[in-house]
Design a protein. Structure first.
Lengths: 379, 379
């Protein structure tokens, strides 16, 4: 027994009551004893990804959030609009742990050989409930980090790296040869750019600020289109024609951009059309919405024929589809290139209590590129 | 040589000039001599399908259309708004023949055995340029109608029947067990209802008027939801839960309905959910937009998780995907059940010149259920 492991420790919880009230708080939970095939990990670093915010905030209006409680134990409350409560039905009155991924040190191990082998190792994990000081998890779910990697280096080694690799893999499996990415200056977007440069895959980056264009260009990106440019549609069409990209991954979800990408793909394709088809080009054009940076409705102006698709894309569904062997290959690449291709950077490090401050929520809740927070649960 | 066949005959043409002017007129074209493997068909009946209107009108504003010329040779003109000219680029300054399908009598045949065998037969055809008095076509593209069928009986025996059968076939091939259809009181919708009753497939019909509910119910439809009902969303959810439908075919395209169908599918699925998933149910929900009754933007409120898809659906793409043998099976079923399952009805019969009258355009151009026109080119 490690004497420094307490009997109880902090865990962040999100609760939406039937009344529509959201309450986010820190609760004292028992530190579990690992079963034979499990290990106990002292979590040292866990990122706030856009994909965590759905569970953390639900559909609550965070602009009107309030904080009460003490500095060590803040309680954030906010209200879910009544019209959004239907989509919250599945979680009402359940106190939910949060946090998709994290990294830390194995401080206690079950009796199995696999678990014992991890004792003292720095590992990365995915599986929820990572916004906590300790996490008990199956040994097989841990990814051992390279010797020289810290928990901060490995905290984001599942969601973003596997999503970026999954996009390129999906592109290949669905018969496309180049791809489009939006919100492309994000940590994920920078990774995707590095993967595409390395694998020689055409990538059209879409961003909304000149500084983001400059950042990606400085990292070797060949095609970067700025939605704020007056010539955006023409520039995007040009880049699509040059790369031949007919699949896009959109992090934003809301607004007109997903449809505009299809419009420009069609315009690029019809440049080479031999004769007019009233149904548009026969090349299938696909946009996957993998994020919800903008939760407003998606508006599609359908001027791109009938050979198109739009749909949700989810890392876990993708990993299930390709099977464990193919997924393991992707994970091994991530571990190998953790400090290069898959390096993440954070704008701020905060404690668990710090994550419940309105000033912090106002920043990381915006899901803005360049504002990525890392929680250090023992600070 | 049949002495009654003229040297030239009328053909309807649609032209969009670079200036954006649409001109629809009747032109005198030479009646061609069939090649060895071709036949010449005197077209007796050809329907105006919603799928014809895209080519006929382009993106022109038909509310402001004008007619000039004589009663026998009217010329319709209208203007394509400048913002829509990009999607017309492929057809600019080309005089296009129109009309997807039709039926008539083979009046002249090429030297091949297959062509000669058709002489005097009543046949149905698909392939464009049917808004004309004569059509030369490959013998193998003709479907011989049953002895007791008139050209009017067979005029609509491709687009609607194969589309309706294609929907059920797509449902099966993509792993769904029941389906949703919108604008469901149309000729196509009534066919689909008869197919589903016969094949014992669950069908949720969506209409927008009580009279359409009554019509479908009188034809044995079990689930009919009216978008004008104040309880529409709840009623649709109920019907989706009862049938288990997770795929929809939408004729409308614009507005909120395609997204609402996904929302209600998700609500029906989450009734049986064991535990909350922040990403929504894992059952794939699909909406295919196969029509353009409403050309306004599609607005999707994404409150149905990540397991969803939306996309275009096109009969010709579908037929290509299933291959000639499977397509032939579908065609044989249509011929066999032409006067029962696949019977069409028309609100009006008009001549070629009659199709170019503003009063007629105002009706059939609305793509409204129950207002289906049949052109009789020799009237």
């Amino acid at each position: 027994m490690n004497p420094r492991i307490p009997r109880t420790a902090l865990q962040l919880r999100s609760l939406i009551r039937r009344s529509g009230e959201l309450e986010i708080s820190l609760v004292e939970v028992e530190v579990p004893d690992p079963a034979a095939d499990e290990v106990l990990v002292r979590i040292e670093a866990t990122p706030i990804n856009p994909s965590d915010l759905g569970l953390l905030f639900g559909a609550a209006d965070m602009d009107a959030a309030k904080v009460s409680g003490s500095a060590e134990r803040p309680i954030v409350t906010a209200q879910v609009p009544e019209k959004s409560m239907r989509s919250m039905a599945g979680r009402v009155d359940q106190s939910m742990p949060v946090g998709n991924e994290g990294a830390g040190v194995v401080v206690r191990a079950g009796s199995s050989v696999a678990a014992q082998a991890l004792l003292g190792k720095t590992v990365a994990m995915i599986g929820g409930a990572m916004y906590a000081q300790y996490r008990c998890i199956k040994a097989e779910q841990c990814l051992v980090l390279p010797e020289d990697a810290t928990p901060s280096d490995g905290a984001s080694c599942f969601v973003n790296p596997l999503t970026a690799l999954g996009m390129v893999e999906t592109m290949r499996r669905e018969g496309h040869s180049a791809l489009v990415h939006t919100a492309a200056a994000s940590n994920l977007g920078q990774m995707l750019n590095r993967i595409c440069l390395q694998d020689n895959v055409g990538l059209v980056n879409i961003v909304r600020k000149q500084a983001q264009c400059d950042l990606l260009t400085s990292q070797g990106a060949k095609y970067v289109c700025n939605t704020e440019s007056p010539g955006f549609m023409a520039e995007l069409t040009e880049a699509l024609a040059a790369t031949g990209a007919t699949i896009a991954f959109d992090a934003i979800g809301g607004g007109r951009l997903p449809g505009q990408i299809l419009t420009c793909m069609e315009a690029a394709l019809s440049r080479n059309a031999q004769e007019y088809s009233r149904y548009g080009s026969t090349t299938h054009k696909q946009v996957y919405l993998y994020g919800m940076l903008d939760t407003s409705p998606t508006e599609i102006v359908r001027n791109f024929g009938f050979s198109w698709g739009m749909g949700g894309w989810l890392l876990f569904t993708f990993l299930g589809k390709i099977g464990p062997a193919a997924a393991q290959k992707l994970r091994e690449r991530v571990a190998k290139e953790l400090k290069t291709t898959f390096a993440s950077s954070y704008s701020n490090e905060i404690s668990l209590a710090g994550a419940l401050q309105l000033a912090a929520i106002a920043v990381y809740g915006k899901r803005a590129t360049g504002a990525k927070y890392l929680i250090k649960p023992h600070q």
